[in-house]
Design a binder for this molecule. Structure first.
Ligand SMILES: Cc1cc2nc3c(=O)[nH]c(=O)nc-3n(C[C@H](O)[C@H](O)[C@H](O)COP(=O)(O)OP(=O)(O)OC[C@H]3O[C@@H](n4cnc5c(N)ncnc54)[C@H](O)[C@@H]3O)c2cc1C
Length: 468
């Protein structure tokens, strides 16, 4: 039976409902909107059906069932990173009910289910003095973040989260639930550690935890008219710092919201921020050097703090919002690049965040591992973000992000970072640029072996190679 549009008739998808431990929703049914809604409100999933998986077995049943019906499959844990929204030719699996997390302090390992968020890992690991390689915001999904690379405040010391993965359970396009690790299907294991959702739906992930209980971290916030000093200082100083330190220069426009600490609320500021996860004496000396060079900050939050509290350094927004972003990898902060950054980050910028994160160290990754950060030698990543509650703001933000791309063009490497590509920023060219040519070639071959029909296409999609 077919319909006049390309949406499969309910009868083609409805039979799955009775096979599930979890829930099933067709368009228009109560629960459909709630379970397709993404954290980034710009992402609009319009699937033929939504499955709220109640078990890993539900994931397997859905993939088998979708494949038999000629449908694709997309997955959402939190909706923080939609590469491509699911349309009527696909089923969306919502994994948010699968949040079991366990930590094994003896082996320094964690196991998470598909819907776990970073706060769940922190809660399980921090009491043992252990940390996972979370990013700036603890509401982000562990699996989506990790499969796309994943770097945060411990990154230059411990590398991409993907490279701490030791094993995964995954439902492939054939509808099989497999276990993969270094000894079992090593090609698939290589590919999921950076290949994002392209190889299948991961139902559980195992990864190493790291012995980090306390860090020295925070922000030196300055008024925007000190931006040149901050950029010039950070460009040179960051060259000589040890890998235990990950630094960033961040332009923030804080909303006048009660959740924002007083002193920052409603203000536009530039920050030299960072986290040192090694010797605390060395850490203090490094930041004291910055304090001496830049003079007293308006707000200085650097302090010894639990690694579990690192989200307070970034102060990312927690509640869902509609956002557009543009990201780049900057070869270096040369004087010319600094001029370009200053021209884009003045008081008239409509962006809520423009962040240059220091790269290098262990983030380059082992040569033999897949890198969704292209094994880059770029010194900084850029993530520029605007909030778009309505059409006028969207037009302004889009125009500014286009300027960011054009004016930084001479200073970027042309590579990209997979996890920072979202929605219309996740173009095929930008996705390919997240990999070296050799990595991409191998990834496409593994994709062809496991998902030749691109069932898993609603993501930052790497297509199987076209057979000639
Ligand atoms: C506020 C904010 C802060 C961020 N901070 C950082 C940061 O510090 N460092 C960093 O590296 N990234 C960061 N990101 C980017 C984030 O890591 C990616 O967008 C990531 O894809 C989000 O994963 P999710 O599961 O939360 O999102 P979702 O939108 O639910 O999923 C995104 C994608 O992940 C894949 N995926 C999710 N679950 C599975 C699964 N079970 N099996 C297979 N594939 C799956 C799919 O391709 C899916 O489309 C941030 C994003 C936001 C919005």
């Amino acid at each position: 039976m077919t319909t006049t549009d390309d949406r499969p008739a309910p009868g083609r998808v409805e039979g799955l409902r009775d096979e599930l431990d979890g829930m099933f929703f067709l368009p228009g049914e109560p629960g459909y909107d709630e379970h397709r809604r993404a954290w980034n409100l710009r992402a609009r999933h319009e699937p033929a059906a939504v499955v709220r998986a109640g078990t890993a077995e539900d994931v397997r049943r859905t993939v088998r069932w979708a494949a038999a019906a000629g449908l694709g499959v997309g997955v959402m844990a939190t909706g923080h990173g939609t590469g491509a929204a699911v349309d009527a030719s696909g089923i969306l699996i919502n994994t948010s009910a699968l949040r079991r997390v366990s930590a094994d302090p003896g082996r320094r390992m964690a196991r998470v289910e598909a819907g776990a968020i970073w706060q769940d890992v922190i809660d399980a690991a921090a009491p043992h003095g252990l940390a996972g390689l979370a990013g700036s915001m603890t509401g982000v999904g562990v699996v989506g973040y990790t499969l796309g690379g994943g770097f945060g405040w411990l990154g230059r010391r411990y590398g991409l989260a993907a490279h701490s993965v030791t094993g995964a359970e995954i439902v492939t396009a054939g509808g099989d639930l497999l276990r993969t690790d270094a000894g079992r299907d090593p090609d698939l294991f290589w590919a999921i550690r950076g290949g994002t959702g392209n190889l299948g739906i991961v139902t559980a992930l195992e990864f190493a935890l790291h012995p980090v209980r306390e860090v020295y971290a925070g922000n030196l916030y300055y008024p925007l008219d000190r931006a040149r000093d901050v950029l010039e200082f950070a460009a040179e100083w960051s060259r000589g710092v040890p890998d235990e330190l990950t630094a960033a220069i961040t332009f923030r426009r804080f909303p006048p919201a009660p959740a924002v600490p007083q002193g920052l609320r409603g203000r536009s500021l530039v920050a030299m921020r960072g986290c040192h996860c090694g010797d605390l004496g060395q850490a203090r000396a490094l930041i004291d050097h910055a304090r001496a060079a830049l003079g007293p900050a308006e707000v200085d939050t650097f302090a010894v703090m639990p690694a579990a509290g690192l989200a307070a350094v970034s102060l990312d927004p927690v509640d869902p919002l509609p956002a557009l972003s543009h990201s780049e990898l900057l070869a270096d902060l040369t004087p010319e690049a600094i001029e370009a950054v200053l021209g884009l980050t003045g008081a008239d910028s409509p962006l809520v965040m423009f962040e240059l994160r220091q790269l290098g160290g262990a983030l380059i990754g082992p040569a033999e591992a897949l890198s969704p950060l292209a094994h880059t030698s770029a010194r900084f990543s850029l993530n520029a973000i605007g909030v778009t509650p309505g059409a006028p703001q969207e037009a302004t933000v889009r125009a500014h992000l286009a300027r960011v791309a054009a004016e930084l063009g001479p200073h970027v490497t042309g590579e990209s970072y997979l996890n920072f590509l979202d929605l219309d920023g996740a173009t095929p060219d930008r996705i390919r640029a997240a990999y070296t040519a050799a990595d991409l070639d191998r990834l496409q071959r593994v994709k062809a072996g496991h998902d030749p029909d691109n069932v898993f296409r609603f993501n930052r999609n790497v297509q199987p190679p076209i057979e000639r």
